[in-house]
Design a protein around this ligand. Structure first.
Ligand SMILES: Nc1nc2c(ncn2[C@@H]2O[C@H](COP(=O)(O)OP(=O)(O)OP(=O)(O)O)[C@@H](O)[C@H]2O)c(=O)[nH]1
Length: 260
């Protein structure tokens, strides 16, 4: 894969679209490409796009909920930065049990950081799916906007075993080293038994005037200072988690312990 990318880079391409097979879990690919990106490779991971079949999504998720196997569809939505909800012409409010709004809610419950674009025959404006800079820590405006949207988010009613999004806030400044240990205990040691797929957040760090961003992809993470906090800006820690077995109370309490 790396050899292929190096060859492609020689052609000075603007974008490379990698299509995984229908059943692929994007996590390993995302981790490898993001790690390369952090090591300043010639290619950088822009975003993960998942195409969802509007006609079948509900049944696909539901059938697996009823069985013991865990569907790749959850992983593919959980890791997506953009979800193209395709074949919307086959789903209309009149003749379907699952109108498009309900499908979008199902997607947002799994991953409320994803942007959903409705389409027919996957006809989408390329400017909406290229140059998203979803993994770029310096693209802080985008991240803050995403986090703003997630402030109101609550998926407490969802069953803990399903993949979901959860947002926690902490107004007190956190200690940088304690937060690093905290995140490592969650994603490396599985201290609280949670299965975190992705995580994005902004941090207000003790003894620093810089807004820090936190990003996690499976076992990889980075915390970087991005810009100065503005005068009058609400300096707060806001972290969005996507994963399974997420426990809101434990996350809030353990993050609070990083403020002491
Ligand atoms: N009505 C309708 N049909 C579509 C649309 N997009 C694709 N199709 C048709 O659906 C059929 C199957 O196409 P896809 O679902 O894209 O199949 P695929 O890409 O081979 O599926 P994967 O194996 O998941 O990659 C083809 O006949 C397409 O023309 C759409 O938006 N609306």
């Amino acid at each position: 894969m790396n050899d292929l990318l190096i060859t492609l880079v020689a052609y000075r391409l603007d974008h490379i679209l990698l299509e995984t097979t229908g059943l692929a879990n994007p996590a390993p690919l995302a981790s490898v490409l993001w790690l390369d990106d952090q090591l300043e490779a010639a290619v950088s991971l822009d975003s993960i796009i998942t195409v969802v079949d509007a006609k079948n999504l509900h049944y696909q998720l539901k059938s697996h909920n009823d069985s013991s196997s865990f569907p790749e569809a959850y992983h593919q939505i959980a890791f997506a930065d953009v979800v193209i909800l395709n074949k919307v012409d086959l789903v209309s409010s009149e003749n379907s049990d699952t109108p498009l709004e309900d499908l979008e809610k199902e997607i947002y419950n799994i991953n409320s950081l994803a942007r959903i674009i409705r389409s027919v025959q996957c006809q989408v404006d390329l400017s909406n799916i290229l140059n998203c800079r979803a993994y770029d820590a310096t693209h802080v405006t985008h991240l803050e906007a995403l986090l703003e949207e997630n402030k109101k988010l609550s998926t407490r009613d969802l069953h803990d075993s399903s993949v979901r999004t959860l947002c926690i806030c902490e107004p007190k400044k956190v200690d940088f080293d304690k937060v690093r240990i905290w995140i490592e205990e969650i994603i490396w040691d599985k201290k609280y038994g949670m299965d975190v797929y992705r995580c994005k957040g902004v941090l207000s760090v003790l003894n620093s005037d810089q807004l820090h961003t936190l990003q996690v992809v499976r076992e990889l993470y980075e915390i970087v200072p991005t810009r100065e906090w503005k005068d009058g800006e609400n300096r707060i820690n806001k972290i969005v988690f996507i994963g399974r077995l997420l426990n809101e109370e434990i996350l809030i309490d353990s993050l609070r312990a990083c403020t002491l």
